[in-house]
Design a protein. Structure first.
Length: 214
């Protein structure tokens, strides 16, 4: 768990020593921390982080509440949940922004390789009030790829495959890392033809096999 506090008048922030050490920050005191910290945010998550933090600083949002990947001192990315709030003076002028950052990668919310939700998160999906179709998707010959080329190549293929699936999904669908080379697609409120079209296009772009359909 890491803490930080920013003087909104001077835009100088102070970060806990634990945050400085773990993320390899220049020091406990930072100027223009939002942009400095933005350099540690994963490029794919930078937009959501900047929009959230700019909303807090501009006054359009009361609280900072965001989940994203951040680069640590070793160069790896970890998932963090960042929460913060603004303290105002008697006239309502924002003076202090204080926050708390917690690592959530250890809770298995997101798969560390692909960045997709894990199946642990299915307990939060609303199955009671919505209908849909669940597809369990796997790749042909993946074990042979690992045997011939090694785990690093296998990881690259899994990352590319997960992005192909995500790009083809309709808004409102959920994609989760199931296990190994298997992915779970939950297509809420989607007709069978829409799912068939998704599968046909995925097969056209990749070598996959649908293991189960529920």
């Amino acid at each position: 768990m890491f803490t930080y506090m920013c003087d909104m008048k001077t835009d100088v922030s102070r970060w806990s020593k634990a945050a400085v050490d773990y993320f390899g920050l220049a020091g406990e005191y930072l100027e223009d921390a939002a942009n400095v910290w933005g350099g540690h945010v994963h490029p794919d998550d930078l937009k959501i982080y900047m929009e959230d933090i700019e909303g807090v600083f501009s006054g359009t949002k009361k609280y900072h509440d965001c989940q994203y990947r951040a680069r640590n001192a070793e160069g790896g990315y970890v998932w963090v949940e960042c929460k913060g709030s603004v303290i105002r003076d008697e006239e309502g002028t924002p003076i202090i922004f204080a926050g708390l950052m917690t690592r959530i990668d250890g809770q298995s919310k997101y798969d560390s390789l692909t960045g997709l939700l894990t199946t642990h998160e299915t307990r939060y999906l609303d199955f009671a009030s919505r209908q849909g179709i669940a597809l369990l998707i796997g790749m042909d010959g993946f074990r042979k790829i690992i045997s011939n080329y090694g785990y690093n190549i296998g990881d690259e293929i899994l990352i590319k495959f997960s992005r192909e699936i995500s790009d083809l999904c309709k808004p409102g669908w959920n994609v989760l890392r199931f296990s190994g080379d298997e992915f779970l697609v939950i297509a809420f409120a989607s007709g069978l033809q829409e799912v068939k079209d998704f599968y046909k296009e995925l097969c056209r772009k990749t070598d996959v096999v649908i293991l189960e359909v529920y």
